[in-house]
Design a protein around this ligand. Structure first.
Ligand SMILES: [Zn+2]
Length: 326
């Protein structure tokens, strides 16, 4: 069970106190007692503002976590989220806590879409699935999620199937609602627009995507590049579990690899154990082992299965097309 963090971490308090002390001391040294009082007032102002903001956040989290997890939400998650179903009990409880914190703190806005509880849960479950293994992770780089009623093009016009989602380097994620629902409905095809776009944000370093998961140490990054260079030609030949959409761009490779890791996990572990192990260590999660434990009677497909044609005649697979190039 996750608890609300202290309003301001101790390390932040220590830094603020040290900085304030230095400012007040210097003012006292050069401007005497009046200067020290003035500096004290100036130093206290940002601390008070930060305290109030942080305390508000803490109270909201506390309130969210103190209430029992709504049974209706559990039902929705059981209906929609395969990852929720595969989790061991302790991680299941953490998933529910992380989900509530995410929903309290992150803004989800519908653009021509009514933002229902169901949609809010699908958005939050997309993010929390990725971050569940990192107890302190806050999705700080995420500014807002916009929900669109349909797929869209690069001019953000609806009615095109060019884009199912988009991650902007300034922290806005756009998700097509039909694509998001489809992603959760079919849980073993290595297609998930939510996982895909949130994975892009994990790659975000100072408004820049580079295709290396943030936080990788040098040896892990080198291993990642080795795997990627080995796998991309196979993807281009259509000889990989990973979708060829990620075959030409290191940034997209990361996102499609994350989709495969959290969906057909056992198939990825079998097809590419090195990639699976690297992602399992990175995410601190082992979905293939959890699938073993729950005793699935079927194995995941070795390759993504083709989609049936969609009503209206458009068929085939649709991908979350790209990260933003804006
Ligand atoms: Zn992408």
């Amino acid at each position: 069970m996750r608890t609300a963090p202290t309003p301001i971490p101790r390390i932040a308090w220590a830094g603020l106190s040290l900085a304030g002390g230095i400012v007040v001391s210097l003012a006292g040294l050069f401007a005497g007692l009046p200067g020290a009082f003035a500096a004290l007032a100036l130093a206290a102002a940002p601390i008070v503002i930060l305290w109030r903001r942080s305390a508000r956040r803490w109270r909201a989290r506390r309130a969210a976590l103190d209430a029992p997890f709504p049974e209706a939400w559990s039902r929705l998650l059981r209906d929609w989220s395969d990852h929720y179903l595969r989790l061991p009990d302790d991680l299941c409880a953490r998933f529910e806590d992380d989900l509530r914190i995410f929903l309290v703190e992150k803004r989800i806005t519908g653009v021509g879409v009514e933002v229902t509880d169901e949609l809010r849960l699908l958005v939050a479950a997309s993010a929390v699935t990725l971050s569940l293994g990192w107890p302190e992770y806050e999705w700080e780089q995420l500014h807002e999620i916009l929900l669109y009623p349909d797929e869209f093009d690069r001019d953000y016009e609806f009615g095109s199937d060019e884009l199912a989602g988009q991650a902007h380097p300034w922290g806005t994620i756009i998700l097509s609602v039909p694509a998001l629902r489809e992603s959760f409905r079919i849980s073993d095809d290595a297609y998930h627009v939510g996982f895909h776009e949130f994975a892009h944000l994990l790659d975000l370093e100072q408004t820049h995507f580079d295709g290396i998961p943030a936080g990788f140490e040098e040896p892990q990054a080198r291993r990642w590049v080795e795997i990627r260079e080995r796998e991309m030609p196979r993807m281009q030949r259509g000889d990989s579990l990973l979708d060829e959409y990620g075959a030409h761009d290191p940034v997209e490779f990361l996102a499609v690899a994350v989709e495969a890791f959290f969906e057909p996990a056992r198939a990825l572990r079998r097809a590419d154990p090195a990639l699976y192990e690297l992602l399992a260590a990175y995410f601190q999660q082992d979905p293939a082992a959890w699938d073993d434990t729950r005793g699935l009677t079927f194995d995941r497909p070795a390759r993504p299965r083709p989609r049936p044609p969609r009503p209206g005649g458009r068929g085939g697979r649709r991908r979350p097309r790209l990260r933003s190039t804006v």
